[in-house]
Design a protein around this ligand. Structure first.
Ligand code: DHB
Ligand code: FE
Length: 278
């Protein structure tokens, strides 16, 4: 059976893609952010996962406001990147892990999650930038994208996203394969890009949330989506991706790397690498 090796979480600010393209990693603005990934990159070089299951939110590239699935999963052999308006260079296509996609889809529907199956899927900055951050030279993993709507109300609760992650863990653990799987969650942490509270950041909440992923993963499920927006900003609610990814690791975890840096763009940029220790 497949093995879950751990979880990786990060913010996915588009400007990071511009900084990578221009080679700005060692400039004073960017260095504290990019340096945070080094221990995670070293851990990945040792553990060598084969597949990445990526929880992220599409920002209007693949789904627009007229058709907005709550949960959707890619089942394609290849995922092409396109520019959804930020002007960052696009990356070459990402390879799918079709067998795991269908295994996940069958398991999730069996467990009464009403998901949208996508045999074609474009991927945006929230999928591409995190993969590039964790594997800066060459991306060696095949992928399964899982989108959670955090763009348009109504949105699934943190509790529901955690349950989705738990069902994904069961599915990976029952996948008939000897491959090693790592789970990614991208988005957050606290940020608000528009409106009266543009620039809103809540450092105490973010740090407590990061801590809870190791010691008490269900902590954030006490909050409704509206409470999360109030605490973390309209886009801060993307942190449900971290919760789903943590739940999809399954059992207890050990922290390999953790970094929190303010700000990148208007956003509190966090990252964690968590190794499964069960
Ligand atoms: C920014 C953050 C995001 O999560 C995003 O999807 C787009 C932009 C930002 O901080 O600039
Ligand atoms: Fe975002």
């Amino acid at each position: 059976m497949a093995k879950i090796v751990g979880g990786l979480t990060t913010s996915h600010v588009p400007a990071i893609g511009g900084a990578i393209a221009k080679g700005l990693q060692d400039q004073p603005y960017w260095k504290p952010f990019f340096d945070g990934f080094k221990p995670a990159q070293e851990w990945l070089e040792q553990v060598k996962p084969d597949v990445a299951v990526v929880f992220y939110n599409d920002h209007g590239l693949n789904f627009f406001l007229d058709k907005m699935p709550t949960f959707s999963i890619g089942a394609a052999a290849e995922y092409r990147n396109a520019d959804e308006g930020w002007g960052i260079p696009t990356l070459p296509p990402f390879q799918g892990e079709v067998d795991l996609s269908w295994h996940l889809i069958e398991h999730l529907v069996e467990k009464e999650f009403d998901i949208t199956t996508c045999q074609e899927m474009l991927v945006d900055h929230a999928f591409t930038i995190p993969l590039k951050l964790f594997w800066p030279k060459h991306i060696p993993v095949t992928t399964v994208p899982i989108c959670i709507n955090t763009v348009q109300f109504p949105m699934p609760s943190a509790k529901r996203c955690m349950a989705l992650g738990q069902a994904v863990a069961e599915a990976i653990q029952s996948w008939d394969s000897d491959k090693k799987v790592v789970v990614l969650g991208t988005g957050g942490l606290s940020h608000q890009l528009d409106g009266e509270r543009a620039g809103h950041i809540n450092k105490p909440f973010d740090l407590k949330f990061m801590d809870s992923l190791v010691s008490d993963p269900a902590w954030a499920t006490q909050f409704s989506i509206h409470e999360l927006v109030e605490k973390t900003g309209t886009q801060g609610v993307e942190l449900v991706m971290w919760l789903a990814a943590r739940a999809a690791v399954g059992g207890p975890v050990r922290t390999v790397a953790s970094n929190y840096h303010i700000p990148i763009s208007n956003t509190a940029a966090g990252m964690m690498a968590l190794e499964a220790v069960a």
